[in-house]
Design a protein around this ligand. Structure first.
Ligand SMILES: [Mn+2]
Length: 295
């Protein structure tokens, strides 16, 4: 295991592995869906506002602000999930970090967990998907940006190229939601490869249409949430803010529409603040909690 030995703060409501469970990390009941939270404090590919390395820490801190009961679902949070700490990243080195993340997520999956990963800049979604059976899955991508460039400033691995790299792993399809920023090259790639796109305006004008689309999806899903999908009014501390985004109620509705889906894994990335009480981190923690309430 490549985890840090000390993780003083766990995500709120997470259960603790004890005794033999802790030593083996083994999920006891393999029939049950058991989730593991894993932080990846890495922002080595950030191009504008750095700080996503603090995402795991601040998202956990923000989680203590919430209640263990969801009013809309009339449900107590009884989902079995464990916060297993952070992956040991290598600052400034994506390739080594990528290896560590893929290896760690693979190990969690082998032990029976569904990984819930806290970034980190968006580049870290790539090794997570590499560790999963992504060829059978649809990828739900909530983001302001399409992230489909073949390279960014000559770099193949970047927050700005992550969906291109994931698309090369040949998932069933990619559904991008909240999009409002792209390049001609990316638009062409999305068309040629039949990616599904709902822009931020699509969501704003007809949220039900997007919800219905998600509800009708069959088969396993992977979900990646870049916090810049929200408008900077609600999520100012992100790597690359883009005005004209979703509001928290729209994001909540989209996450709650994943009910009864077979989700192989989920990540929440790009929360880039270094201060306690940060609203971006609070919204990011809510994404994870809303998802956990659904289980
Ligand atoms: Mn983005």
């Amino acid at each position: 295991m490549l985890f840090y030995a000390e993780t003083p703060l766990k995500f709120a409501f997470s259960k603790r592995l004890i005794g033999e469970e802790e030593a083996s990390l083994k999920v006891q009941d393999s029939q049950k869906k058991v989730f593991s939270i894993l932080g990846v404090p890495f922002d080595g590919t950030s191009t504008y506002q750095p700080g996503a390395r603090f995402g795991p820490m601040l998202l956990r801190e923000s989680s203590y602000n919430f209640e263990g009961y969801n009013l809309y679902l009339d449900k107590k949070l009884d989902t079995e999930f464990y916060d297993l700490g952070d992956v040991q990243t290598v600052p400034g080195n994506f390739k080594k970090t990528c290896h560590q993340v893929q290896f760690s997520v693979q190990e969690l999956v082998d032990h029976g967990y569904v990984p819930l990963v806290i970034g980190g800049d968006h580049s870290i979604s790539y090794p997570v998907t590499r560790a999963l059976d992504i060829g059978t899955a649809s990828v739900i991508h909530l983001d302001a940006h399409t992230d489909l460039r073949d390279d960014y400033a000559g770099e193949k691995y970047s927050h700005a190229t992550v969906m291109r790299r994931i698309s090369e792993l040949k998932p069933e399809n990619i559904i991008q939601i909240g999009i409002r920023s792209s390049s001609p090259e990316e638009v062409q790639y999305a068309r040629e490869n039949s990616l599904i796109q709902f822009t931020a305006r699509d969501v704003n004008k007809n949220l039900d249409q997007v919800v219905d689309y998600l509800a009708a999806l069959e088969g396993p899903l992977y979900v990646t949430v870049d916090m810049d999908v929200l408008d900077p009014a609600y999520a100012p501390s992100v790597g690359t803010p883009a005005p004209g985004g979703l509001n928290p109620l729209e994001l909540e509705t989209l996450i709650l529409s994943l009910k009864d889906k077979d989700v192989l894994g989920l990540d929440v990335v790009e929360a880039s603040s270094s201060s306690v009480g940060d609203v971006t981190s609070i919204n990011a923690a809510k994404v994870l909690l809303d998802f956990l309430f659904l289980q």
